[in-house]
Design a protein around this ligand. Structure first.
Ligand code: COA
Length: 154
């Protein structure tokens, strides 16, 4: 579902407990400001799942996905993050497949910037078929390497 400003607090919490944002030590305010801009631009979505802890049936925000609609002739997946209990259950793959399915037929490329140190994310994207474009040392932090990766999904 489309992310609303009311979701920002929960999404900040998810990102602060996920790589790479955890090791990059971004402040909650900085992440919240960024998310506010993405919400206003209509580019952010959240994944809502039934929350077993609430009665009767409640919903919990399990993750966030932000897509830039135009990048190098394709799309750019800017943020994909699931809260820890929702990882390794097929949700990341399902989200990526869903956002690819909704692309118009002439659009067939997805790009992602992944932290080179984020071995889990690198393994995930490789499993889905992403290939390396190249490293961008120091793009975000002088001591970190970002990696641009690319998936021609159709
Ligand atoms: C990266 C992330 C989005 C992956 O989503 P996920 O729901 O955990 O991944 P899935 O369960 O859909 O896995 C899809 C495939 O990738 C593989 N995979 C996922 N994580 C993996 C890992 N850490 N190591 C090896 N393979 C992995 C799965 O085995 C699966 O393969 P299969 O379908 O052939 O069995 C999620 O783990 C996450 O939010 N991590 C923290 C934030 C993050 O790193 N985001 C990316 C920043 S660019």
């Amino acid at each position: 579902m489309r992310m609303r400003r009311a979701h920002i607090g929960r999404v900040v919490e998810i990102m602060l407990h996920a790589e790479p944002w955890q090791s990059y030590d971004f402040s909650p305010d900085r992440i919240a400001d960024y998310l506010g801009g993405m919400v206003d631009a209509g580019m952010a979505r959240v994944l809502a799942v039934p929350d077993a802890g609430h009665a009767p049936a409640g919903e919990e925000i399990a993750g966030v996905c932000i897509v830039q609609p135009s990048f190098l002739g394709g799309r750019f997946l800017e943020i994909l993050a699931l809260d820890t209990p929702y990882r390794r259950r097929g949700l990341g793959r399902a989200i990526l497949e869903a956002i690819c399915d909704e692309c118009p037929p002439q659009l067939r490329d997805y790009f992602v910037l992944v932290a080179g140190s984020n071995a889990n994310a690198v393994a995930f994207y490789k499993r889905l078929g992403f290939v390396d474009v190249g490293d961008l040392p120091g793009l975000i932090r002088p001591d970190k390497v970002e990696r641009l990766i690319w998936w021609r999904f159709r």
